[in-house]
Design a protein around this ligand. Structure first.
Ligand code: DX5
Ligand code: ZN
Length: 228
């Protein structure tokens, strides 16, 4: 099944923005599958990060798919701009729009992969009626807004629930996890059913981001091979 594939998605939020090109090349050469880009508006989350021009520059700097995580209210206002800038996958928060179905449809019509994101306090059941349209479900394992926070174990049970749901409905979505992902929890997350591992601090705040990328992949792959 295609969703069994592991993806390691370094989050550039933890990279050195003054040498983004070099940081990305290092993880790309180490086998990163996706580059995760966190867009924050200072409203939906209490922080401001980067926007469309940075996605345009990243598009020229790497051949890897760009995963754009929109932590902005009413994301539908900017979906087209981000896809035109080079986003391959756009992730919108369930909590940030009254019209999740419309936002997801917009992403798909523009030819990108569509993902829905749930905060730690948002139940998986809020996505039941849209799962059939999703390429990815992103389970936040921290309250979004900042890198370097402690992993919230509530995410593990949600990943298990989603894993059961996709088996039952023969769904084809990927399960992504974001926030506090590190060597200590990657195996358990993979066993619960996660496919895409977003990691900022545990990759870029280490002496060797390439080695950290390879290690996360190894841990996830080993855990999946032990899954029955
Ligand atoms: C948090 C962002 C994350 C963040 C993860 O709001 O969505 O992608 O970069 O950072 P770490 O891996 O440091 O928790
Ligand atoms: Zn993110």
């Amino acid at each position: 099944m295609s969703y069994a594939r592991i993806e390691i998605a370094p989050s550039i939020l933890a990279a050195d923005f003054a040498k983004l090109g070099a940081e990305i090349r290092a993880v790309e050469q180490a086998g990163a599958d996706v580059i995760h880009v966190d867009v924050m508006d200072g409203q939906f989350v209490p922080n401001i990060s980067i926007g469309i021009p940075v996605v345009e520059s990243l598009r020229k700097a790497t051949r890897l798919p760009l995963d754009v995580h929109l932590m902005i209210i009413q994301p539908e206002r900017y979906i087209e701009d981000f896809v035109r800038a080079g986003a391959n996958r756009v992730l919108v928060h369930q909590e940030a729009t009254a019209h999740l179905d419309r936002a997801v449809s917009m992403i798909r019509e523009l030819g990108a992969e569509a993902g829905a994101v749930i905060n730690p306090a948002t139940p998986v059941a809020t996505l039941t009626d849209i799962l059939y349209k999703l390429d990815t479900v992103l389970v936040m394992s921290v309250n979004p807004g900042f890198g370097g926070q402690k992993f919230l174990p509530v995410a593990i049970e949600k990943i298990r629930q989603l894993n059961e749901m996709r088996a039952r409905y023969n769904g084809a979505f990927r399960i992504q996890v974001d926030g506090g992902v590190e060597a200590e929890n990657t195996g358990e997350l993979a066993q619960a059913g996660a496919n895409t591992f977003v990691a900022g601090t545990s990759i870029f705040h280490t002496p060797d981001p390439a080695a950290a990328t390879r290690q996360l992949r190894k841990l996830a792959t080993e855990a999946i091979s032990q899954r029955v």
